[in-house]
Design a binder for this molecule. Structure first.
Ligand code: DNO
Length: 394
C-alpha cells in the first residue's frame, strides 16, 4: 500500500497526533515552521520533532516543506549562503531517516486563493480562485505598478465594475484571503510587503527563473542523494503566472525540464493533483503517466475548473480530475518500484486540502487543513487504492 500520511503543522496545529492516529494515517508530513526561512534546521530540533511524532505511534514520512529563500529564487544577495544552509538541512534530515523532502519554487507568495469559504450544495465549504476577483485585487487593492499590462482591456474594465460593486467588508475579506501567506508558519504579509517582494522579481523572465531553479536543483540533488533523501518539488498553485511574476513548475513541459536537468531519482516531483489540475490546459492523467517514474510524493485533491482561470476545490469523486485513474497509474508505479528497488517502502500520499464539513465548522483550522474533510478524503483514497490494487491482481 501507499504510505498514508497526514500533514501536521507541529505542536501549534489545532489537530493533535492522537486525533491523526484515528484518521487512518500511519505517517505524518511535518516541517519545522518555527525555523526562519534560510536557516539551517538544527539536528536537535529534528530529533525532537521525530520523537514527538513517534511517541504517538506515527512515523515522519515527509518534510513539507524546507522553504527556499527568496534570494535563491532570484539568485541574488546571499543565495550562496542560503544554498549551503539548505544542503546542511538536507544532511541533518537524512541523518534522522527522513526520506522525502517537499519544496516549492513559487516567487514571492505560496498558494493563492480569492475565497476560502465557497459554499457547496450540501452546505460544506472549500476554497476557490476567481480570476476577475484576483484581477480586481491586483489592480485596485494591491495597486501593483503596471498591473493593467497583465490583463486584457476587457478584463480590466470588468474587474473595475466588479470592484465598484464590492462592499468594504467584501474588499477586506478578499485582501485578507490573499495575504494569508503560508499555512503553518502564521506568516501573513501586508500589501506593502507583497509589493516589495514582487518588485524584487522585476525583469526576471520565465527562462531566467527556470534557469535559477535548475541551478539550485543541480546543487542540492547530489547532497540529497548521498543523504538518502528524495526531493519532491511542488507545483505552482495555481499553475499560471500571477502578479506579473515568473512561474517555473506549472506544466508537463516544466516538470519534464526539471526532471531531465538532473536525471537522478532524488530529483523528483510532488504530484499535487489539485495544483496542476487547476489549469484547464493540464491533462492530469497524461501528466501522471509521463511523470510517474519521478513522482516522489502524491497530494490528492480535486477541483472544478474552467478555461478562464477559475477553479473551486471539490469532492474527490466530483471534480474534473480523474483521481482514480491517477491513483491507478501511481499504484502501477509503486508496484514497479517494489519489484525493482531494494528496501522500497512505498510512495507517500496525503489528502491535500479538505472541505469544511460537520464538526470542522466549530474549529479554527488552517485553511484547507480540516479534520473531517481531510479524513473523508483519506478514507476515499484508501478505498480507491484497495479496489484498484485488487483489480490489478485479478
Ligand atoms: C497549501 C500547500 C502549500 C504547499 C507548499 C509546498 O496548502 O499546498 O503550502 O504545502 O507550497 O511547498
Amino acid at each position: 500500500m501507499f504510505i498514508h500520511s497526514w500533514r501536521w503543522f507541529g505542536p501549534n496545529d489545532p489537530i493533535n497526533l492522537k486525533q491523526i492516529v484515528q484518521t487512518g494515517a500511519s505517517h505524518v508530513v511535518s516541517a519545522l515552521h518555527q525555523i526562519p526561512v534560510g536557516e539551517v534546521w538544527p539536528a536537535q530540533e529534528i530529533i525532537d520533532r521525530k520523537k514527538t511524532i513517534e511517541q504517538s505511534g506515527l512515523h515522519w514520512s515527509v518534510v513539507e516543506s524546507v522553504p527556499v529563500h527568496e534570494d535563491i529564487k532570484k539568485r541574488s544577495g546571499d543565495y550562496k549562503k542560503f544554498t549551503e544552509a539548505y544542503k546542511q538541512t538536507l544532511q541533518n534530515l537524512g541523518k534522522e531517516g527522513v526520506r522525502t523532502v517537499c519544496y516549492n519554487f513559487m516567487p514571492a507568495l505560496d498558494w493563492s486563493r480569492t475565497n476560502l469559504t465557497l459554499k457547496h450544495a450540501d452546505g460544506s465549504t472549500s476554497s476557490g480562485f476567481n480570476y476577475l476577483h484576483f484581477a480586481a485585487l491586483d489592480l485596485f487593492l494591491l495597486k501593483r505598478p503596471d498591473a493593467d499590462l497583465s490583463y486584457t482591456e476587457e478584463i480590466c474594465k470588468e474587474a473595475e465594475n466588479l470592484f465598484a460593486g464590492l462592499s468594504s467588508e467584501k474588499r477586506k475579506e478578499l485582501e485578507e484571503t490573499f495575504l494569508l501567506g503560508f499555512p503553518g508558519s502564521g506568516e501573513a504579509f501586508s500589501l506593502k510587503e507583497v509589493l516589495q517582494r514582487i518588485e524584487g522579481y522585476k525583469d526576471l523572465r520565465k527562462s531566467d527563473y527556470l534557469s535559477n531553479l535548475l541551478q539550485f536543483i543541480k546543487e542540492i540533488t547530489p547532497v540529497a542523494e548521498s543523504a538518502g533523501i528524495s526531493l519532491a518539488i511542488h507545483p505552482d498553485d495555481p499553475p499560471w503566472p500571477l502578479l506579473g511574476l515568473p512561474r517555473a513548475v506549472s506544466t508537463l513541459q516544466d516538470a519534464e525540464e526539471i526532471i531531465q536537468a538532473v536525471p537522478s531519482p532524488a530529483n523528483g516531483l510532488t504530484f499535487c493533483t489539485g495544483s496542476f489540475g487547476a489549469a484547464h490546459s493540464n491533462d492530469l492523467p497524461l501528466m501522471a503517466e509521463k511523470l510517474a517514474h519521478r513522482i516522489n510524493f502524491l497530494h490528492i485533491r480535486n477541483v472544478k475548473r474552467d478555461a478562464q482561470f477559475n477553479f473551486q476545490e471539490e469532492d474527490l469523486t466530483k471534480g474534473d480530475i480523474d483521481i482514480a485513474g491517477i491513483l491507478k497509474t501511481m499504484i502501477k508505479e509503486d508496484l514497479r518500484r517494489a519489484e525493482t528497488q531494494k528496501g522500497y517502502s512505498g510512495l507517500p500520499v496525503r489528502p491535500d486540502h479538505g472541505a469544511r464539513i460537520l464538526g470542522d465548522f466549530n474549529e479554527n483550522y488552517y485553511p484547507g487543513y480540516t479534520l473531517y474533510g481531510r479524513m473523508k478524503n483519506l478514507a476515499e483514497i484508501r478505498g480507491m487504492e484497495l479496489g484498484i490494487r485488487a483489480g490489478l491482481s485479478e
